[in-house]
Write a protein that binds this ligand. Sequence first.
Ligand SMILES: Cc1cc2nc3c(=O)[nH]c(=O)nc-3n(C[C@H](O)[C@H](O)[C@H](O)COP(=O)(O)O)c2cc1C
Length: 356
Amino acid sequence: MNKKRPVLKIGKYEPRFPLIQGGMGVGMSGPVLAGTVAKFGGVGTIASVGLACNSPHYDGTNYFEANQLAIKDALKKARAISGDGVIAVNCMVALTDYELHVKASCEGGADMIISGAGLPLKLPAYTADHPDVALIPIVSSKKAADLIIRRWEKQYKRLPDGLVVETPKYAGGHLGVLKMEQVEDDAFTLETVVPELVEYLKKEAGLDIPVIAAGGIWDRQDVEKAFELGARGVQMATRFACTYEGDASDRFKQAYIDAKEEDVVLIESPAGLPGRAIRNPFVNDYLEGHVKSKPCIANCLTHCRYKKTRETFCIAQALVDAFNGNWEEGLFFCGSNVVKATKLERVEDIIRELFE
Ligand SMILES: Cc1cc2nc3c(=O)[nH]c(=O)nc-3n(C[C@H](O)[C@H](O)[C@H](O)COP(=O)(O)O)c2cc1C
């Protein structure tokens, strides 16, 4: 592996291994997971979404303010674990208070902002006071990457420091495409998009921006395959959710261990986007058209069907329920590789197995 392992340089940061642990909200990739991944040589990523919910700063009325404080708390805690490892924060563009998440992350000392669930067209404006913070959009096509690059160059004279290509075919959470039929579409596989984007950056745009592959990467063979496609790094989430250091409850991890192929389903989330999750009583009811209403916590999404029609549910609440281990009521987001989780693992062992 060593002969082929690329060096992943993102802005001024160079993690020991070309690995990013993907952000997982709400809370699944909190400070302990991110700090531990960073300690053992990958980029550890805290998901900023909904951190307020399990934070002492939240009194039921001050969600947005509490979330910023919770982001800073999480960064402090992660840093205490990671030492001088590289810590990122995943901030979703679709959030009402996206700008505040980004600013709190920069002020809290994040090394990188990784940003998807929409095009992060204004991200450089929000980080202007923190030029050392590396900026990494998540895209699912060359077209999206091109649009971001052009806009950033023109408007901010800044380029992305890396680009994560996430394939909807295997990834977890929201899948980065707008329509169900796009999930399985070959146009959005890593095999199609990674080489296309690498070629475009090098030959057409003349830019040296590392491409990082995400979605369905589990073992060393998958990692090597991603590098052969031209990726200089991999982003992995599902495997890291089911670790001793994963921040979610034991019951959340047990759901991963128990999941079989037939339990992994696609749902249309309240954001109107396809997502992948484990079939549990809550998802089962939802798929059958019976919606168990969950009250909106804080208008956290810019586009949310629940806010408008009340025909769906509050996704933040459903994800917090899953984080806390409520099997009946939670939304257990997962990648399709969840079926490979058979036991709890240690972060250090996973990284060793992949790279050493
Ligand atoms: C439980 C869970 C929650 C996730 N939450 C987020 C999130 O908050 N923001 C985001 O950009 N991606 C999110 N993702 C996507 C991951 O960061 C990652 O890119 C993707 O799952 C990679 O595929 P893998 O899980 O097969 O490794 C989530 C994935 C999972 C499994």
